[in-house]
Design a protein around this ligand. Structure first.
Ligand SMILES: NC(=O)c1ccc[n+]([C@@H]2O[C@H](COP(=O)([O-])OP(=O)(O)OC[C@H]3O[C@@H](n4cnc5c(N)ncnc54)[C@H](OP(=O)(O)O)[C@@H]3O)[C@@H](O)[C@H]2O)c1
Length: 314
């Protein structure tokens, strides 16, 4: 268990996940949390990362910094997604280990699992067949990060763990018009369509893919729970275990936002992986479960979108 005054570094604390972890740690009474913005510390710079860890020597690290993007961004910048993420992870994990960090938690993503993995996806389906091409570079970087944690544990006896969340959403999300994930992208599009009284909104694909969504504050609760209650080389899936089609999701977002126009589909655009559902029985067996139902979470997220106009332009 982390002491309430243990020195904890949250990497990526201004991002959606990192900011939720920060809120959760503060909510639970942790008092000695250190952070650096991207501008203050570029985690892809090895010398800067080493100097930071040597000076601060955090006891615990939540690694929630990453170059993140949706299907378009990933596909357009394969090399950048691989390089930035791989080097950032290696720098942080290596410097943490060299400076005696007791425990590190690495944030990955469910895109590490094979494109056609048996559903729901269990942790042990990792590396059993080919990845989804559109985010292969990102997935390979994330697999390297979690494997590096495992190898440090095996070679040097560290206690470094990883968690693999499903699609996340919530406060501080990225609402970029082309470079965001599906749920924030839908929130922005339906909000704008409502404001501009557009008669219809066209969405990508045919709406058939099945997806799962976890509210980011629930993920943050799991991250702190795992830091205190889990050790092991195998990653832990983070999700709700519930899925819906993109079409159903789209209708739900339109309902929450109050958009009453028509929803059209453009099947010439890619659907992405046909189905992505995590098996969350491992987290459940450890004693954790999600709290926020999707419609409630979308309402909270839309409120955050409305309250933060600058965030919407990120
Ligand atoms: N969002 C999802 O649906 C989702 C789903 C599954 C897993 N995850 C995982 O959760 C983690 C965090 O994702 P997120 O959604 O919170 O992303 P995010 O909102 O984009 O936040 C990422 C954070 O990392 C920082 N960062 C990026 N590059 C950096 C660098 N070179 N040096 C220092 N800081 C840097 C960013 O700072 P700047 O903004 O200033 O660059 C930002 O604060 C990732 O590992 C991701 O794979 C996310």
């Amino acid at each position: 268990m982390m002491d309430k005054n243990a020195k904890i570094y949250v990497a990526g604390h201004r991002g959606m996940v990192g900011s939720a972890i920060l809120r959760e740690l503060q909510r639970q009474g942790y008092t000695n949390i250190i952070t650096r913005t991207h501008k203050e510390l570029d985690l892809t710079r090895q010398d800067a990362v080493e100097a930071f860890f040597a000076a601060e020597k955090p006891e615990y690290v939540f690694l929630a910094a990453a170059k993140v993007g949706g299907i378009v961004a990933n596909n357009e910048a394969l090399a950048d997604f691989m390089y930035d993420n791989m080097i950032l992870e290696m720098n942080v994990i290596h410097a943490a280990w060299q400076n005696g960090c007791k425990k590190l938690e690495f944030l990955g993503s469910s895109c590490i699992y094979p494109r056609l993995a048996p559903q729901p996806m269990k942790e042990d389906c990792l590396l059993t067949s080919a990845l989804e091409k559109t985010n292969e570079a990102y997935a390979l970087a994330k697999i390297s990060g979690l494997k590096y944690c495992e190898y440090l544990n095996r070679q040097y006896g560290t206690d470094y763990i990883s968690v693999m969340p499903t699609n996340l959403y919530g406060p501080n999300d990225n609402y970029h018009p082309t470079h965001s994930h599906v749920l924030p992208a839908l929130i922005r599009r339906f909000h704008e369509a409502k404001e501009q009284n557009l008669p219809y909104v066209t969405c990508w694909g045919d709406g058939s893919p099945l997806r799962e969504f976890l509210y980011v504050d629930d993920l943050a609760n799991l991250c702190v729970f795992l830091m205190n209650n889990y050790s092991g080389n195998e990653t832990v899936n983070a999700g709700t275990g519930k899925e819906l089609t993109i079409k159903e999701l789209t209708e739900l977002v339109a309902k929450v936002i109050g958009y009453t126009g028509e929803i059209r589909w453009d099947p010439s655009k890619p659907n992405g992986t046909p189905r992505k559902l995590l098996d969350v029985s491992k987290a459940t067996a450890l004693g954790w479960t999600y709290k926020t139902e999707l419609e409630d979470g979308i309402r909270l997220t839309y409120q955050d979108f409305l309250n933060n106009p600058m965030r919407a332009e990120r």
